[in-house]
Write a protein that binds this ligand. Structure first.
Ligand SMILES: Cc1cc2nc3c(=O)[nH]c(=O)nc-3n(C[C@H](O)[C@H](O)[C@H](O)COP(=O)(O)OP(=O)(O)OC[C@H]3O[C@@H](n4cnc5c(N)ncnc54)[C@H](O)[C@@H]3O)c2cc1C
Length: 309
């Protein structure tokens, strides 16, 4: 119930300024983001891999409105991939990319710029022995992101995409993408979306998630089940058995710092478990989306703000 007010409040420039002055070492920030540098991301990857977990890394950077900033983000991914490869970590680690961070929102030429930048990252990922998954953002970008995916998959068929169960359209998108070699991450969806395009009731979102799970697990692609919801994990596990899916023909995914014991439990049980690790200086929007999902953490957040440590 608090989710939408928190997302609205997060847009306040005053709050952004106040929160952004918190050091990244502040407890509330490091519980969701391991650090601001490539080195901190690589270190977190090594630690997670040592625990038997796979990783996908996201260089935080949204609202890119000029090519310089887009180039900076591309370069960050290239550096990251190079350092992961140098440390032998790319077998278990891939990267997640938001098209808005690499230029999609630049007026007129944005789609073309983002596609070229995504190609550069896909090429570097392939050379490093790993893959890219395109994150999904608000509903106004869904068609454009899926169009970019189709283009990228011509040269890099290993490229994955995210679908959001809260959108009415997603069950049909799952059907379209449930083919061999297609990697699809199914999440519930994190943006504030209107009733015209998205289910508003949590129960309706959950029901849609289960319908989508059925399509993906019964299909021929590689489903990536991204949720912290114990019920969804349980349902996914029984559907995987029902559709004769062996462990490793699908995977679970959770965010860094959320239900870490459950992440280890699933991995210890033989499941492929991937942790989404966001890093970089632009952690504000990401942090606010996580807080909006879990208002129980608000008191911890307010205490961190007051003490600013
Ligand atoms: C790997 C990954 C990638 C993602 N990529 C995208 C993307 O590209 N686009 C996008 O819109 N969204 C993305 N998301 C976010 C996603 O859409 C949801 O907003 C987020 O995962 C919360 O939904 P949930 O399925 O965990 O369930 P919720 O409905 O938020 O929670 C259900 C239950 O899960 C448990 N739970 C949830 N959070 C916590 C917590 N912090 N601590 C303990 N228990 C908890 C609780 O039991 C809770 O009742 C991604 C999520 C993951 C895991």
């Amino acid at each position: 119930m608090l989710r939408q007010p928190i997302l609205l409040l997060a847009r306040s420039e005053g709050l952004k300024k106040l929160v952004s002055t918190m050091p990244v070492s502040s407890g509330i920030v490091t519980s969701y983001v391991p650090g601001e540098t490539t080195a901190s991301a690589v270190e977190a990857t090594a630690t997670l891999e040592a625990d038997g977990l796979k990783v996908t890394l996201d260089f935080l950077g949204e609202d890119t409105l000029d090519t310089e900033q887009a180039d900076h983000t591309v370069q960050a991914y290239l550096d990251l991939l190079q350092q992961l490869a140098a440390q032998g970590l790319t077998r278990g680690a891939e990267v997640s990319v938001k098209l808005s961070a690499i230029g999609q929102a630049i007026p007129e030429t944005g789609d073309k710029i983002a596609l070229e930048n995504a190609r550069t990252i896909c090429r570097a990922a392939r050379n490093a022995g790993t893959t890219v998954t395109l994150d999904m953002e608000d509903h106004t970008t869904t068609d454009r992101t899926l169009a970019a995916l189709r283009e990228l998959r011509k040269d890099f068929p290993e490229t994955g995409a995210v679908l959001q169960a809260y959108l009415h359209r997603t069950e049909a998108d799952c059907r379209a993408l449930a083919y061999e070699g297609s990697r699809v991450r199914l999440c519930k969806g994190a943006y504030k979306e209107p009733e015209s395009v998205a289910f508003q009731d949590r129960l309706d979102v959950d029901k849609s998630y289960v319908r989508c799970l059925k399509v993906l697990l019964a299909g021929d692609g590689y489903p990536m089940i991204a949720t912290h919801d114990p019920r969804m994990v349980e349902i996914a596990s029984s559907l995987a058995s029902r559709y004769g899916r062996a462990q490793g023909t699908y995977e679970y995914q959770m965010l860094y710092g959320i239900r870490p014991e459950e992440q280890k439990r699933l991995a210890a049980g033989g499941e492929r478990m991937r942790v989404y690790v966001p890093y970089g200086q632009e952690w504000y929007g990401y942090l606010m989306r996580r807080l909006a999902e879990r208002p129980q953490n608000l008191s911890f957040f307010v205490k961190s703000l007051i003490s600013k440590k």
